[in-house]
Design a protein around this ligand. Sequence first.
Ligand code: EPZ
Length: 417
Amino acid sequence: MSKLYITGQKRLSGAVTVQGAKNSALPILAACVLARGESVLYRCPQLSDTEASLRILRWLGCRTERADGTVLVHNDGLTRCDIPDALMRQTRGSIVFLGAVLARQGKVRLSFPGGCAIGQRPIDLHLKALRRLGAVIRERHGWLDCRAPHGLKGADITLPFPSVGATENVLLSACTAEGVTTLTNAAREPEIRDLADYLNRCGARISGAGESVIMIEGVRSLSGCAHALIPDRIVAATLIACAAVTGSTVTLKGVVHSHLAAVLPVFEDAGVAFSAREDELRVAAPQRLRSMKIIRTMPYPGFPTDAQAPLLAAAATADGTTVIMENIFENRYRHAAELARMGADIKTEGKFALIEGVPRLYGAAVEASDLRGAAALAVAGLCAEGVTELGGVCYLERGYERFEEVLSSLGADVKKV
Ligand code: EPZ
């Protein structure tokens, strides 16, 4: 198991291009199941999560190729409609193969998805929505047997919660259903809009993606296309936190500012100055951050839950008290105990975290247990005095492409062993 050794208190400088969005890549790779022929995806990050999706595509009968950030998927016809447990368990993102394979093959058998230990992560909303479209789903011993004996038919669906994954499964299964589907209280994340853009380029008729009501008019079939993924707004937020805790000035390239509309003001309140030019964002941090006061994570366009952990790490050395309210997942403070080993003063109670800023953190041996918690520990290591030994790098590699190289290119002292 590799580890990162971070020698902290190095000022960062320079510019870095932000990778493509992991949470766009995963549903769009699943959508390649629906698109006959060849799809070319640009800016597709090379992560353990995206490689897991490519393995599922190959298992189903697609051919895949990768050249740096460009991925080709040749869908000459699926040979399977089941996904083995070993492949399903590798990521949470695998659940969106449910809608894609069901729509393409008329049936699918797969086990419950894997994912980080950030919460129970049920899929009841996914199943309820697919049943509204005519799917017959049997759940037995952790396996799902899904069929559409009379094909999938458009329907009016309302989600009780704007679930990202459930929204994606509806888009994937409704775009070749018979008739029109209206999805109300849909997730509005930019990755939903990116998925719809890919599907529409393949011939789908989806309108309203990115808003709360999405209309999908079923079409007969989809053909592959070329599509460039949006940049990863959570990686951008993480890099902002890295600059913020080291009093650095860095430039992020290839960002979409509007995707960070809820993130930038939080760091501005803490004393970070931003200047935007085209698709670049200059981040200038003060010597020491002020506290961020109160942060509530919300569905997009609110403050993203995935940026909560890196933000919490930044709050640990800010001047003052910060309160975080994690409203999306029920167990997303696992990194707090590890940060305390570095000298952070954090109390967590249910969805709340109370962070009393301390003047300094100290390098320590810490262990990540989920993707964004690993990012938080890397952020803390960058500002800590001494060396931080970060274990659980495999979690970081789920969502951050060559993160140690990115940080080193900005002047950080980070080694992977
Ligand atoms: C997606 O997860 C992202 N993952 C998550 O990013 C992100 O945190 C989350 O959306 C929220 O933005 C991918 O896109 C692969 P949800 P997803 O369905 O689809 C509950 C990362 O770090 N819920 O919007 O699983 C659920 O338990 C990852 O990149 C149900 O109760 O999120 C959670 O509390 C972590 N029943 C809340 O809704 C369901 O059927 C949000 O879940 C589905 C969800």
